[in-house]
Design a protein around this ligand. Structure first.
Ligand code: SF4
Length: 92
C-alpha cells in the first residue's frame, strides 16, 4: 500500500492560531533550514517573498525531521501540539 494512501487515513486537527512549530527570525536560512522546503514529508516548509523560510504546520506528521535537522542551528522552535490536536494516527 503506497504511503499516500496510508496518510489519507490519518486525520489532522488544526489548533488554529497556535502553531506547534515556529521558525525563528533568521537573516539567511542555513542549508539545513533550506533543505526542509524539499524534504518535509508534509510540505510544511516554503520560502516567503523575502527569501526566508516559513512553516505552516497544518498536516505536520510530527516526524521530528525538522527538529533534528535544525537542532544545531537553533532556527526552529519545536513542540508537540497540545493534547487532542495535530495528527491523529489511526492504527488498523
Ligand atoms: Fe515536516 Fe516532520 Fe517537521 Fe512536521 S515534524 S514540519 S512533518 S519535517
Amino acid at each position: 500500500e503506497p504511503i499516500e494512501e496510508k496518510l489519507y487515513w490519518n486525520r489532522y486537527l488544526v489548533d488554529a492560531g497556535r502553531p506547534h512549530i515556529r521558525v525563528r527570525r533568521h537573516l539567511s536560512p542555513s542549508a539545513s533550514l533550506r533543505a526542509l522546503t524539499k524534504i518535509c514529508p508534509a510540505n510544511c516548509y516554503s520560502f516567503d517573498d523575502a527569501g526566508q523560510v516559513k512553516v505552516v504546520t497544518d498536516g505536520c506528521l510530527e516526524c521530528g525531521t525538522c527538529r533534528v535537522l535544525c537542532e544545531a542551528t537553533g532556527e526552529i522552535d519545536w513542540n508537540y501540539p497540545r493534547g487532542g490536536f495535530g495528527i491523529l494516527f489511526k492504527f488498523g
